[in-house]
Design a protein around this ligand. Sequence first.
Ligand code: ADP
Length: 250
Amino acid sequence: MLKLQNISKQYNDKFVLENINLEIETGEIVSLLGPSGSGKTTLLNIILGLTSVEQGKIIFNETDLSNVRMKERGFNIVFQDYALFPHLDAYENIVYGLRNKKGVVTDEELQEYIDFLELKPHLNKKTAELSGGQKQRVALARTLVMKPKILLLDEPLSALDGVIKESIKQRIKSIARQFKLTTIIVTHDPEEALTMSDKILIINKGSVSQFGSPKEIINQPANDFVKEFILKQLEIKRENIYNLFGEKYA
Ligand code: ADP
């Protein structure tokens, strides 16, 4: 339902993305994975509509969005630093985007998102009083209430660690499943991509190195870059793959 066709992007006569093709089905979680500077954020911003695309097409449910403005695309993003308003409390942050969009969500739906993200006890807290995980949940709620057609997440786990990181990871997965919401995640961390995604697009220097499920990527890395980046960085040994997927691999 989301198709990227031959997307290329240049800055100062240099290609930062070259001939990117990608198809994402409704409700899938897809990670854009690659080292720093590989072009992940540029691709995310092109999908969002923040960055223009001069070459290639973005097709969503058969409609060409390549020249459609960000607001009209109806995709929403959670930024890496959450970008919450410090002078507002959690509830005010969550409903902020709705002030000019009455009727986008019903009161029941709003409550459902708040309950789903377990934010009820924190609604009156100012941004500075929220923990990292709570801030991320407020940022997710604020985006979900806009009923995005696609949810975009920029390095959603980078500011979190340990148990909180694991719990936000699970929550992002259950959001995609429960609301059948297509979710695109930018990450530089192979382990995050492998454990969160249905499919992973591995980008190296602006080009696609491999697109496939975590299992395919681990079992059949397409080239030396993928082997090096995924397997070496992760230091995957056969027994660790068992831990990632709960299955044995031959
Ligand atoms: P990543 O998200 O994988 O770290 P980016 O998409 O941010 O990579 O950047 C890819 C390349 O494009 C980098 O070399 C970066 O310097 C360059 N780039 C990104 N945005 C701009 C811009 N607005 N102007 C010029 N170069 C840019």
